[in-house]
Design a protein around this ligand. Structure first.
Ligand code: FES
Length: 88
């Protein structure tokens, strides 16, 4: 079986995101499935730019998964998104 590439995940820890729930997402070791965790490469980054988009209906915290940026992410949503991303 070929080795699958890891899913690249960036959790925004810029101020707007951090204070609006990003801090909870950094506890990912505690709430993500171990199988999901080993298929992902997760890092914290400062500002993905989403918080500066006045048109966006999404709110901080933002997370980038692969090429896509998601807003209004909470622990539950992150679990779901990563379960999907690592299954693909
Ligand atoms: S601080 Fe998170 S997108 Fe700007």
């Amino acid at each position: 079986m070929g080795k699958k590439e890891k899913v690249h995940v960036q959790i925004c820890v810029g101020t707007a995101c951090f204070v609006q729930g990003g801090a909870d997402l950094l506890l990912y070791n505690d709430f993500l499935d171990p199988a999901v965790l080993c298929s992902c490469e997760i890092e914290g980054v400062s500002c993905l730019g989403g918080c500066k988009d006045a048109q966006s209906k999404d709110r901080p915290p933002y997370v980038r998964i692969g090429e896509k940026v998601y807003g209004s992410v909470n622990q539950e949503k992150l679990c779901k998104l990563l379960a999907e991303a690592t299954r693909a």
